[in-house]
Design a protein around this ligand. Structure first.
Ligand SMILES: Cc1cc2nc3c(=O)[nH]c(=O)nc-3n(C[C@H](O)[C@H](O)[C@H](O)COP(=O)(O)OP(=O)(O)OC[C@H]3O[C@@H](n4cnc5c(N)ncnc54)[C@H](O)[C@@H]3O)c2cc1C
Length: 381
């Protein structure tokens, strides 16, 4: 095992950090106030080809391997303070991976260049008002009528949903089979009659990530918009969760690195009772825990990324990744607020935002409890 980054990975990491520091320094607070999406920053990331990283060159991608893409996300999470934007980009890449892995040539030719160029925004819609953790008990139906599917139902909490140009929608095509071959996946484009994108929800954190409800009322799409084969939705779901539970935690590791660095600097500079607060063991222990979790998180994220890059299954590794890194991120952000004292609690110092942003990481892509269920099930319990 060699844990060193290759020269290319080091230079990719450095170029993303330089880029994010110079180009992604938008005033997040103003976006938080007016609830808008940072389009300029999105376009700059597209120009930087971040969304294009893991896709073959023939679709306009950079042809990077998945581990390098993961290093790039880690760098982005580190140098870009806007976790909502980072999540929006992660969602775009994950939609592209679903299309790359399961789409026919026509679908790949049509959508992948748009994803790579960031010209169109993509979303994936699984969760429904009555089914989140129990995702495959969904009620949204896609019924075959002649040369079309007619979709009815609604999806909730969909990242990029309110601004998406196209959505990968999971729906029931055979209610008798349901999770066992009765769920399918299709692409619905903005403007399709019967497809309504509702206004974004107001939420605790990740404010620049626009997240909302999607409604389908007799929404008719051509058969060719099916992603994979009819009934393959369950397989697409489990496969894409493994990529998602590896890619998003990579960005969280980056955030933890930034939060840790900021905290180290602060506890060295801030004094109380005649000494720097970092010299008090109960403060230093919080920093040591951050560092420990960053180092352990990197190992499991990189391992899962390597397995996925080699085309292997990583159910266990990706669930451990998701569970460990999201819980560590939440703890690191809470401890960062604590070691910054009153300043940490004030919005002006931009420490509390990371904490608000971190909370969602233990909910989306399957909650902490669901990861525990998956891990214990894989252990035969
Ligand atoms: C910021 C954000 C972005 C999101 N983006 C997307 C997206 O792009 N696309 C999408 O489809 N969805 C998205 N989601 C939805 C997310 O995947 C769901 O919220 C999540 O899966 C949990 O589902 P739920 O909210 O229905 O909670 P529930 O499933 O109702 O769970 C509520 C609580 O019960 C616990 N629980 C439920 N079942 C069990 C069990 N069997 N054992 C133990 N505990 C259990 C859960 O862990 C949780 O603590 C997003 C959510 C957020 C917050």
């Amino acid at each position: 095992m060699d844990f060193r980054l290759t020269e290319e990975q080091v230079s990719l990491r450095e170029s993303i950090i330089r880029f994010a520091r110079s180009e992604l320094s938008h005033d997040i607070r103003s976006f938080e106030t007016n609830g808008s999406f940072p389009w300029d920053a999105w376009r700059k990331c597209a120009e930087m080809q971040i969304m294009a990283l893991p896709f073959p060159e023939r679709y306009g991608g950079c042809g990077a391997d998945f581990l390098s893409t993961v290093h790039a996300m880690q760098a982005l999470g580190y140098a870009c303070r806007d976790a909502g934007l980072v999540h929006a980009i992660g969602t775009q890449i994950l939609c592209g991976l679903q299309i790359l892995l399961f789409g026919g040539e026509e679908i790949k030719d049509k959508y992948l260049p748009l994803i790579c160029r960031g010209e169109k925004v993509f979303a994936q819609a699984i969760t429904e008002p009555a089914s989140g953790s129990d995702a495959l008990s969904m009620a949204t139906r896609a019924e075959r009528q002649g040369e079309s599917y007619v979709i009815n139902g609604s999806k909730i909490f969909i990242s990029n949903g309110p601004i998406a140009d196209a959505v990968i929608v999971f729906a029931v095509t055979n209610s008798e089979k349901k999770a066992l071959g009765g769920i399918s996946c299709c692409i619905v484009e903005k403007g399709t009659p019967g497809f309504k994108q509702c206004k974004p929800f107001e939420k605790m954190g990740l404010t620049t990530l626009l997240n909302g409800e999607l409604v389908f009322e007799n929404c008719m799409i051509p058969l060719e918009r099916m992603l994979g084969k009819e009934g393959q939705g369950g397989i697409i779901f489990s496969e894409s969760m493994e990529w998602e539970r590896t890619l998003l935690p990579a960005a969280h590791i980056g955030t933890m690195e930034r939060v840790c660095e900021t905290s180290v600097k602060y506890v060295k500079e801030r004094s109380a009772f005649g000494k720097s607060i970092g010299s008090y063991q109960s403060v230093a222990n919080k920093i040591a825990d951050m560092k420990m979790n960053i180092e352990l998180g990197k190992l499991i994220v990189w391992k899962a990324a390597m397995l996925k890059g080699q085309g292997k299954r990583a159910s266990l590794e990706s669930s451990v990744c998701k569970l460990f890194v999201s819980e560590s991120l939440k703890k690191a952000c809470l401890d960062a607020v604590q070691v910054h004292g009153g300043y940490g609690y004030m919005t002006e110092y931009e420490i509390e935002r990371d904490l608000r942003d971190s909370i969602a990481s233990t909910i989306y892509s399957g909650t902490t409890e669901m990861q525990q269920n998956i891990i214990s099930r894989l252990m035969g319990l």
